[in-house]
Design a protein around this ligand. Structure first.
Ligand code: NDP
Length: 384
């Protein structure tokens, strides 16, 4: 391994992935250094993190909180910046070895692209980046010779399963927990509340992805993410509902052999692996006990009840800016559901209608994505 500490920039350090990434760094302070920490609005937690980890730089995206943050850290030699532009600048200009993209939503795209253009290695949690602009991001990663290491547990599992395999993938088996409403009827789904939706059976995550998991949009996004990370066709990605979330995903090869990665559901494992790849570091995380894992079960996903999953395949087949439209509409309805402004099933209806209405662009450039995101948000918002 390199003999200097790896300097890590955590974009979104106050979130679920961000805080777990700091736990990983805390376990390996001899190897990693939290060099840049960023948040959107959560000054209190950012200050706590900065006091504990003593980064070079902290950035708060919401500029109205700059002064509070600066005052709270005025006794420490930590540089404090604010604004979305600053996020891009710091990852571009500062000597970080790796950028953990752990912001949520479309907002993660621009800083991730900036980091790629600066040749920084990426640990990617922000799946929306690949959903929105997978083609562009892949092209830039190739041009700037940047490696994108998946943090999403499923994609980390797929990545680990293909290591050392020069042969192509025949099929990806993308596992899904099915979320809290796996066995609900349409009638039941029509009246579920956000409190119920926020109660994921296996994973403790940020609010947005938890709702996406309940609606299976998250799995749809992961299908798109898998296409761009592993260069497979949509028909080579099979979603398999596996409620125990022990098999994190698997890959099938031309001879029929299937390789999978297993473990207890704990995001710190794939986060740490993205940091330490190609090595593995010792961890104190819980081990999988096969004797306590009574049963592993598998089901087909129901794309009638979980329409979002189907919409993601449609967006992927259509290509162009369609996945960007899908993502923008989803961000609008996800928030509206969290604010109790629409029901659970209405989310899919609005996304589908937005996909039909928004202007289609076959070969979008970066500016087209910005425009599409804007337009699709407007269309979806009008339907709320
Ligand atoms: P959280 O909502 O818990 O955290 C999001 C982080 O991003 C926070 O630090 C937040 O700051 C910051 N942030 C939010 N909006 C902006 C913005 N506009 N500009 C700058 N920073 C912003 O999300 P998660 O950690 O759950 O998820 C992060 C990403 O990782 C998502 O893309 C998700 O899909 C993906 N992911 C998450 C998993 C999980 O287990 N949580 C698993 C696999 C993937 P603040 O705290 O101030 O709001």
């Amino acid at each position: 391994m390199e003999n200097h500490k790896k300097k890590i920039a955590i974009l979104g350090s106050t979130g679920s992935i961000g805080t777990q990434a700091l736990q990983v760094i805390n376990e390996h302070t001899d190897v990693y250094e939290a060099y840049i920490l960023t948040a959107n609005r959560n000054v209190d937690l950012l200050v706590k993190q900065a006091r504990k980890f003593r980064p070079e730089i902290v950035v708060i995206a919401d500029e109205s909180r700059y002064q509070i943050l600066r005052d709270a850290l005025s006794d420490l030699p930590i540089k404090v910046y604010a604004g979305a532009e600053a996020l891009c600048q710091v990852v571009q200009e500062k000597p970080v070895d790796m950028v953990l993209a752990a912001m949520v939503g479309f907002a993660g795209l621009q800083p991730t692209i900036s980091a790629i253009k600066a040749g920084k290695k990426i640990a990617l949690a922000n799946k929306e980046t690949l959903v929105v602009a997978g083609e562009l991001v892949n092209r830039l990663a190739a041009d700037y010779k940047v490696q994108i290491l998946p943090v999403d547990s499923e994609h980390s599992a797929i990545f680990q399963s293909i290591l050392g395999e020069p042969s192509p993938i025949e099929k990806i088996i993308l596992t899904a927990s099915g979320g809290p409403f796996r066995n609900y009827t349409m009638e039941q789904l029509a009246v579920v509340t956000k409190t119920q939706a926020l109660h994921h059976p296996n994973w403790d995550m940020g609010a947005k992805i938890t709702i996406d998991s309940a609606s299976m949009m998250n799995k749809g996004f992961e299908v798109i993410e898998a296409k761009w990370l592993f260069g497979v066709r949509p028909d080579q990605i099979q979603v398999v509902v596996h409620p125990q979330s022990v098999i994190h995903s698997a890959v099938q090869f031309a001879d029929g052999a299937v390789k999978a990665q297993l473990g207890v559901p704990d995001m710190r494992v794939p986060i740490q692996y993205a940091f330490s790849y190609p090595f593995r570091l010792k961890s104190s995380f819980e081990r999988l006990d096969f004797f306590k894992t009574a049963q592993l079960t598998f089901e087909e996903p129901d794309i009638v009840r979980f329409r979002n999953l189907q919409l993601a395949y449609v967006a992927l087949e259509r290509g162009g800016n369609m996945p960007c439209i899908l993502n923008a509409a989803n961000e609008v309805v996800n928030r509206a559901f969290l604010e109790d402004r629409i029901g659970f099933l209405r989310m899919g209806e609005i996304i589908e209608a937005t996909m039909q209405k928004a202007f289609f662009v076959q070969s979008p450039a970066y500016e087209d994505y910005l425009q599409t995101d804007n337009e699709a948000r407007k269309i979806a918002s009008e339907m709320l």
